[in-house]
Design a protein around this ligand. Structure first.
Ligand code: MG
Ligand code: ZN
Length: 184
């Protein structure tokens, strides 16, 4: 059986504006061009899987219900635009958190590979032909740790270590999608 190809997507700063510990679904601001970008990737046969660190759970800034409401609204917005996100994984953990049982060191917090491995197994994904698009060095490290090609969206929010070089630097998701299209 042929393996599937996938684009793994960070959530905050890639699909939606990173407002920091987003708690309220009403505060979702979809990134310009993200709908168009995801349509291009879907049409090219890529699975779309969101992988997002949500340590706000472990730190007590929001709870599971808040996170589910935000994620569901996000998925619904894309669905209303004709885009089915194939799966969404989140890591609620942080070793310095205060909320049990999430205050642990886990293997799913990016750059740990837990979420990508889960998706790769469930959907029979060929990581060699798949990509990770993020806006933090931990996203790039995750890509390196799991054999994905990496896109780093330039931003002023997070410090970037030049030694953690992605395969591609881009300004937004649309630019990443256009580069992916040239490789397939
Ligand atoms: Mg991010
Ligand atoms: Zn985790």
């Amino acid at each position: 059986m042929n393996k599937n190809k996938c684009v793994f997507l960070d959530r905050d700063g890639v699909l939606i504006k990173d407002v920091g510990y987003l708690k309220n679904p009403e505060d979702i601001i979809i990134m310009p061009n993200s709908v168009e970008a995801l349509k291009i990737l879907k049409a090219a046969g890529f699975l779309l899987i969101i992988v997002t660190n949500q340590a706000g759970i472990a730190k007590g800034f929001f709870n599971m219900d808040d996170l589910t409401a935000v994620n569901n609204r996000l998925l619904k917005i894309y669905e209303d635009n004709g885009i089915i996100i194939d799966d969404l994984y989140f890591c609620p953990h942080h070793e310095n958190g205060t909320v049990e049982p999430y205050n642990i060191k886990c293997s799913c917090r990016k750059p740990g590979t837990g979420m990508v491995l889960k998706g790769a197994e469930k959907f029979n994904i060929d990581t060699d032909k798949s990509f990770m698009i993020g806006d933090k060095d931990s996203d790039t490290m995750l890509a390196k740790n799991s054999g994905l090609k990496s896109f780093y969206i330039r931003n002023f929010m997070y410090e970037h270590d030049e030694n953690i070089a992605p395969d591609f630097y881009v300004n937004d998701l649309k630019e990443a999608a256009e580069i992916i299209m040239k490789t397939v």
